[in-house]
Design a protein around this ligand. Structure first.
Ligand SMILES: [Zn+2]
Length: 464
């Protein structure tokens, strides 16, 4: 009898493990600063629905190593989420490593110990890996998935780690030293904030020896495990990004940097309709998908960030916020199209979330006294109202920065997570664990929620 019980228990373990189909490819999309309302205002403005809106979805807490999220305080006190908010560096670290970190910290846990991230885990099991962003390639979110440093502003150190120490296959992002935010050549000298001159020159020559940020020449890594350094192919031409996205060209190891300074669109002159000179995020994402999947039976891990959603909210730019969320939404559509042509949802797992909300975006009718006075708060009390096509007059940002009154800051609100594809049921399993333990129930959203660190912990299981 006892043997029979052990046998059944053993079978259930195997079955349980087998049922969680492991995805061959994991595509992790992050809308920086993209809270619930940021997604909704874009839908209302275009009277559309994001392709992911009806996917299985969850609420996620985002606080950092010094923070916390309390459901009762959130429910009772409008200003609770105005404090204890994270910045993008520890949020990216949490999403990439499963560890909470201090503000400004990249790839180190709360005790400043180096912790493994998802691209490193993918490389360790022979998968390919890459990061793509619409802001500088070494900015907090992409850096969180590749680098390890105590200060997110150490852009040169992060760049050095990304190109010389990492084994990843694709890095695509902005930060071009020769072009401004209007995608025009700088008239004065180059702007080497995000990359330093020596490595910039060497990358364009596809060198396998690069100068690190301390000035030391070092051999770069192999990205295919044969211990022979693999040079980065350097791409800056828009036409070439389109060629790669259309599969006309492919490369083994790819560094793509569109000819624009800080971000693809948001930083352009207010009177300029768009930076049509540079490719959209969807094309950068498609380029990465094609390079990572080419001649690759092992699969890959790819992080794609819509980074300027956060910047639009920080600056209270309502029209540019909608533009950035739309660009992110179109990038998800491109990813879905790619998935459906490359193995489908049996082989691919797509995850969409935010690192935090920015600006406390609410409806014009909302304020502290209205919220606090309402003892039986409706689930949608903080939601922006749908006022029809092409109108943005009901949006307001209520998280004024403590120091700079013209700027808005992050909040500690829960954000959304959308999942689809192979292994996605593991998120439901995680949520059930919380509900069984009666933990992590959010009174305002009437729902259990998971923590941002839970996401990579599930993905690491797929990357074993
Ligand atoms: Zn921010």
């Amino acid at each position: 009898m006892r043997i029979k019980i052990y046998f059944l228990f053993f079978i259930s373990l195997i079955f349980n493990d087998l049922s969680a189909q492991k995805p061959k490819n994991i595509i992790f999309l992050i809308g920086d600063g993209m809270g619930y309302n940021q997604m909704k205002v874009c839908e209302y403005y275009y009277q559309m629905q994001h392709i992911f809106s009806r996917w299985t979805n969850y609420w996620v807490s985002t606080y950092n190593a010094d923070g916390f999220y309390n459901s009762d305080s959130t429910y009772n006190n409008f200003s609770y989420v105005r404090k204890r908010f994270t910045d993008s560096a520890p949020a990216a670290t949490a999403l990439a490593t499963g560890y909470k970190a201090q503000d400004g910290v990249i790839g180190l846990n709360e005790n400043f110990y180096r912790v493994k991230n998802l691209t490193e885990a993918a490389k360790q099991i022979g998968k390919k890996a890459g990061v793509v962003t619409s802001v500088p390639f070494c900015h907090a979110t992409p850096a969180g998935f590749v680098a390890h440093t105590e200060n997110r502003d150490n852009y040169h150190q992060i760049a050095s780690q990304m190109f010389i120490e990492s084994k990843i296959d694709v890095i695509i992002g902005c930060g071009h030293p020769d072009f401004d935010n209007d995608a025009k050549k700088f008239t004065d000298s180059s702007h080497f904030e995000y990359i330093y001159p020596s490595i910039w020159r060497e990358l364009q020559k596809n060198n396998t020896e690069l100068t690190d940020y301390l000035g030391k020449k070092r051999k770069i890594q192999s990205c295919d495990g044969d211990n022979i350094p693999d040079a980065w192919y350097f791409c800056q031409e828009t036409s070439e990004f389109f060629d790669v996205a259309e599969g006309k060209k492919t490369y083994k190891r790819f560094f793509g940097i569109p000819k624009v300074y800080e971000t693809l669109q948001l930083g352009r002159n207010p009177n300029k309709k768009s930076n049509s000179e540079v490719p959209p995020l969807s094309i950068l994402a498609k380029s990465a998908l094609n390079i990572l999947s080419k001649n690759n039976s092992q699969g890959f891990f790819l992080m794609i960030e819509g980074g300027a959603i956060d910047w639009a909210c920080h600056n209270g730019m309502k029209d540019r916020l909608i533009e950035e969320v739309k660009s992110f939404s179109e990038t998800v559509e491109t990813v879905v199209q790619w998935v459906e042509q490359n193995g489908g949802w049996e082989e691919n797992l797509v995850i969409i979330t935010a690192d935090h909300e920015t600006g406390y975006l609410t409806d014009i009718s909302m304020n502290e006294s209205v919220y606090n006075a309402d003892s039986l708060k409706n689930f949608h009390i903080l939601d922006v109202k749908n006022e029809g096509k092409n109108t943005i007059s009901r949006m307001q940002f209520l998280q004024v920065h403590r120091l700079k009154s013209y700027v808005y800051n992050h909040t500690n609100q829960l954000v959304k997570l959308f999942v689809k594809g192979a292994g996605s049921e593991m998120f439901e399993k995680k949520l059930n664990e919380y509900s069984e333990m009666q933990l992590n129930f959010d009174k305002l959203r009437r729902s259990y929620y998971i923590d941002n660190t839970d996401i990579p912990k599930i993905l690491f299981d797929f990357l074993k």
